[in-house]
Design a protein around this ligand. Structure first.
Ligand SMILES: NC(=O)c1ccc[n+]([C@@H]2O[C@H](COP(=O)([O-])OP(=O)(O)OC[C@H]3O[C@@H](n4cnc5c(N)ncnc54)[C@H](O)[C@@H]3O)[C@@H](O)[C@H]2O)c1
Length: 380
């Protein structure tokens, strides 16, 4: 069988994982690196590894297609580039695995979906929990009604991020628009902790309605580094609390709890690492779906090989663009109810080791998670 020719668009930042994956498991998965598009490729910690696999390095996708072709493009670039690059690749007959979030706006996401439908290419979005066998099996049972009606879902993520995080790459993090006016809307809920919000939408298969949200920032960014969100998934309640500004507390592990008529599933918890997905029935019996591989860094790029299998006719698209759109619509809903974030006062913010944080904020978000409520931030 002919190897799948892979184009990597972006090889620094998170995309360095794609280079490593191609190097470690490309051959075993019948894939070869057809080329790299990244104007700053030599800044990537995996540049030499990429060079050892290809000598095709281009600054733009258009330049790549002047002399080359690819079967699959893994696009892992700043958010405003997602739509133009994905559309260009699909127009040139390349199937696209596009990193999450699909786009900064519903309009851009729709343009990508329209291009997919026009070109007949396959398109997958890089929310890796969707390629996780444990999570996939759990979601199938949820949607088959095995646990009865969904009653509530809640997730809490307290992940500190320092100023280097906000200044990385071309400086798009935490911005609303790029210098050309293209939408970014990068925030704690659209980027690092998006998986925990998206998972609730993807598992329930529901659109979030009745959106209520409080957003805030301690970092000098345009969007927000803290959010508490409430809403309805059908008749069920959703609560999501996430911050990058809660400090280096000991309670950093993400956690969630989804409640159903017949019991509940929990993941992660205070002072413990996540991992096992366990459904506990009210009668005391338990069902484990196993360890979620998102806790094992090694297996993170299964989404690439899942997608390659799909192209060979073997697999399913783990995360469809329409599913990823559930998240993009929530992001727009949050902007509609909270056009501007609350700004913490200078007297409330500490800077420790180049990290802005607000003492007490983590505890406040834990309370919101526990009581399914929105916080009240005092005007400063
Ligand atoms: N799935 C996950 O868990 C996960 C984790 C982190 C980031 N991401 C996503 O990956 C994407 C990139 O995020 P990041 O944090 O790695 O960003 P980054 O800014 O750190 O890296 C972006 C990469 O794109 C390259 N790039 C910049 N302009 C380019 C251009 N015009 N053409 C081609 N390449 C270009 C940069 O040189 C860099 O290699 C985002 O969509 C982000 O949400 C996903």
């Amino acid at each position: 069988m002919e190897p799948i020719k892979v184009l990597l668009v972006g090889i620094g930042g998170y995309a360095a994982n794609y280079v490593r994956e191609m190097k470690l498991r490309g051959e075993a998965n019948g894939a070869v690196l057809a080329g790299v598009v990244d104007p700053y490729a030599d800044k990537s910690p995996r540049y030499e590894e990429a060079r050892s696999m290809t000598d095709v390095f281009c600054n733009t996708v258009e330049e790549f297609y002047e002399n080359h072709t690819a079967d699959l493009a893994a696009i892992c670039t700043p958010i405003p580039l997602h739509a133009p690059q994905a559309i260009c690749c699909m127009k040139h007959g390349t199937h696209v695995l596009l990193e999450k979030p699909i786009a900064g706006t519903v309009a851009d996401a729709q343009r990508i979906i329209d291009a997919r439908d026009r070109t007949g290419m396959n398109l997958a979005i890089g929310f890796q929990w969707c390629s996780d066998p444990a999570m996939y099996a759990f979601r199938r049972d949820v949607q088959a009604g095995v646990f009865g009606a969904l009653k509530s879902m809640r997730a809490l993520v307290l992940w500190p991020r320092d100023t280097a995080y906000y200044h990385r790459g071309s400086g798009w993090a935490g911005k609303k628009y790029d210098k050309n006016g293209n939408p970014i809307f990068d925030s704690v809920a659209s980027n690092a902790t998006a998986h925990y919000l998206f998972n609730m939408l993807w598992v329930s298969g529901c659109e979030l309605t009745d959106i209520q949200a409080v957003t805030a920032r301690a970092n000098p960014i345009e969007t927000y580094d803290t959010i508490v969100l409430r809403g309805k998934l059908g008749d069920a309640d959703l609560t999501y609390a996430a911050t990058h500004a809660g400090g280096n507390a000991t309670l950093q592990n993400p956690m969630f709890e989804y409640e159903f008529e017949k019991g509940k599933v929990t993941y992660g918890g205070y002072h413990q690492s996540g991992g096992e997905l366990i459904f506990r029935y009210h009668d005391g019996t338990v069902r484990s779906y196993g360890i979620s591989f998102t806790d094992s860094g090694k297996k993170r790029m299964h989404k690439l090989w899942d997608f390659a299998d799909t192209l060979r006719g073997g697999g399913r698209i783990a995360c469809q663009a329409e599913e990823a759109m559930l998240h993009t619509r929530v992001m727009e809903g949050v902007r509609a109810v909270c056009p501007e974030a609350h700004v913490f006062g200078e007297n409330e913010i500490l800077n420790t080791n180049n990290m802005y944080w607000v003492p007490g904020l983590s505890e406040q978000l834990i309370r919101c998670y526990e009581t399914r409520s929105l916080p009240e931030f005092a005007e400063s």
